[in-house]
Ligand binder design. Structure first.
Ligand SMILES: [Zn+2]
Ligand SMILES: [Zn+2]
Length: 353
């Protein structure tokens, strides 16, 4: 089978021919039908996260080393399953499913709570284990297969990361997304997904902040209440005005020093900021601000299997609109990564083997 792999961080993805893996035990072999290209793939390709102040967290420190087969937004068709799977309907050959890629060790306290996404020994597909930039992929257990009957494969793939990341973050914000406009920083694939999920949940609406006018237009086309230029000198005042005196709910999908700074400056008293983006940097924080304003600053990392199942049910129930998707052949894997790296992608690119 063909795979497009990172053989060396920062170098072009390479075509590698491998044997089609044989599913063992509880594993399921899927033929990849669609594989989304995410910003996290860029971090994995580069090999590090920016911690700010010139410091970096390398993937090697986390035990992640090339060769890597990226893509954690996978839709596949069941080919075969290991001997321990049995003959459940989920693994009937030809069944098409969305893969929950945020898999844990299954044994630690987080996994036992159902929070495999924050496992201490993650086994995530497209990160630790091989992902979807390939013709076939192994999924460790059929429970990670989510039924997407009635949905388009390329439009469903981004639900596994862009979708569940924004959905999980919005759940953390609770009722305020119903009563107050949600400030969404970053109008890339996640930002557009956030607008659609918010609409599907019946939220008040999104005020989107981005530096790129093309992405702001895409956000308005998707139904954002307002789109604000993050680089405007009065961006803070514009957000405060749009939210009626300061943001009570902010979703930072960029997670860079200037965006978190903007979120904190434009938040209302009692504001709640959830950071999902991994662009990086650091922050010097005057601590009295936390109790005196009083702010909640929270992180959110992808989502749980249960949340992905809830999200797919929401999409089916509400006929939630998909984000703009550009389909490209698997052989375009490297070019698609480069386009994302250079900010040339609106919505999501999905590779089709
Ligand atoms: Zn675990
Ligand atoms: Zn992702």
């Amino acid at each position: 089978m063909r795979c497009y792999c990172v053989l060396q961080h920062g170098q072009a993805l390479q075509l590698v021919e491998k044997a089609i893996p044989e599913p063992q035990g509880t594993e399921v072999l899927l033929k990849v039908r669609a594989a989304g290209v995410c910003h996290t793939d860029l971090h994995l390709w580069e090999g590090h996260y920016d911690l700010g102040g010139g410091k970096k967290l390398t993937l090697a420190e986390r035990g992640i080393k090339p060769p890597l087969t990226l893509s954690h937004e996978i839709v596949g068709e069941v080919v075969s399953a290991g001997a321990d799977v049995g003959d459940s309907a989920t693994v009937q050959p030809g069944r098409v499913a969305l893969v929950h890629p945020w898999i844990g060790c299954g044994e630690c306290a987080a996994c036992r709570r159902g929070e495999e996404n924050i496992c201490i020994k993650p086994q995530s597909l497209g990160v630790v284990r091989p992902g979807g930039f390939a013709e076939y992929v192994i999924v460790p257990h059929p429970r990670y297969l989510v039924d997407i009957e009635g949905l388009d494969v390329a439009q469903a793939a981004p639900l596994a990361c862009a979708g569940v990341t924004t959905y999980s973050a919005m759940k953390k914000l609770g009722d305020r997304i119903m009563t107050d406009p949600l400030v969404v920083i970053g109008a890339g694939g996640l930002g557009l997904m956030a607008i659609e999920v918010l609409k599907a949940l019946g939220g008040r609406g999104a005020i989107v902040v981005d530096i790129d006018p093309v992405k702001r237009d895409a956000a308005l086309a998707a139904g954002a209440l307002q789109a604000i230029d993050a680089r405007a000198t009065d961006a803070v005042q514009q957000i405060q005005q749009a939210t009626g005196g300061g943001a009570r709910a902010v979703l930072d999908l960029v997670g860079a020093t200037p965006t978190v700074g903007l979120a904190m400056a434009s938040a209302a008293r009692g504001g709640h900021i959830v950071i999902c983006g991994l662009m990086g940097g650091d922050l010097t924080l005057a601590l009295p601000v936390i109790p005196m304003r009083p702010l909640t600053l929270q992180g959110s990392y992808v989502g749980t299997l249960h949340e992905l199942q809830e999200l797919v049910a929401l999409v089916k129930r509400t006929r939630m609109a998909p984000i703009p998707v550009t389909r490209r052949p698997l052989s375009d894997a490297d070019a698609a990564m480069q386009d994302l790296h250079h900010g040339r992608v609106v919505g999501r690119t999905v590779l089709i083997p």
